[in-house]
Design a protein around this ligand. Structure first.
Ligand code: MN
Length: 233
């Protein structure tokens, strides 16, 4: 049997609130344009429930633990915050999952930032090019510890919010999401085999804006999870 030239790469892990166990990350899927007011502020049409959602991905090792001071990413002069509900799957399924059964796959929930190089995204959009360099970069997915469903249930209308330097910049109830968690999992399963360890960033409400060196942020899903962090000065 061949030996490994590069030592076995270990999967990134995320903390689980109140447990010594950690959550191993398989893939990070993200939903775009899932809040109407955010789609409008970006000059895009909000998703319509009968159209498929907008999906993109980040590499698994983009996750960053709660309480981390992140480097300001190179290659951009317009780093933007997007606060999002994050779904963590504890089980997978081969093939298409019906929306009615999709929540059975959920291990827990968290809150995270879908950090975005907005200048690169704008350039990509203008040319009809992919968003990868704008979305899938190092340290682009800070994430709070995951809260098991057994403790928090499935959030429906909790308030999603973000403070930057103690100023409230994003705030909306999760009930404003155009695609629910169950609908997103069903739609994702039409394209990919869902697996334990998958994370899904559910899309951001209006109020996205810049993060500058030295900024501190606090993201939360009220009553469920809180993420703190900062951008290196
Ligand atoms: Mn986003």
């Amino acid at each position: 049997m061949a030996t490994l030239l590069v030592p076995q790469v270990t999967q990134p892990v995320v903390a689980i609130k109140g447990r010594n166990e950690t959550f191993s990350v398989h893939r990070i899927y993200c939903v775009g344009r899932n809040f109407a007011e955010h789609a409008k502020e970006m000059g895009a049409q909000p998703s319509k429930p009968n159209d498929p959602p907008v999906f993109f991905m980040k590499p698994a090792d983009a996750v960053v633990a709660d309480g981390t001071t992140l480097p300001y990413p190179r290659g951009t002069s317009e780093l933007h915050h997007e606060v999002e509900l994050v779904v963590a799957l504890g089980a997978g399924a081969d093939g298409i999952v019906a929306a009615d059964n999709a929540l059975d796959l959920v291990f827990g929930y968290s809150v995270g930032l879908d950090l975005t190089r907005r200048d690169l995204q704008a350039r990509a959009k203008a040319r009809g090019l992919p968003w990868d360099v704008a979305k899938g970069f190092d340290h682009s997915a800070p994430l709070a510890p995951i809260v098991p469903v057994s403790e928090c249930g499935h959030p429906r209308d909790a308030i999603l919010s973000l403070h930057v330097n103690d100023r409230l910049v994003q705030r909306a109830p999760l009930s404003e999401m155009i695609f629910s968690v169950a609908a997103v999992l069903h739609e994702l399963s039409r394209l990919y085999d869902l697996r334990a360890g998958d994370l899904i960033f559910m899309g951001t409400p209006a109020g996205v804006g810049p993060l500058h060196p030295g900024d501190r942020f606090i993201a939360s899903v009220e009553g469920l999870a809180t993420l703190t962090g900062a951008i290196a000065g």
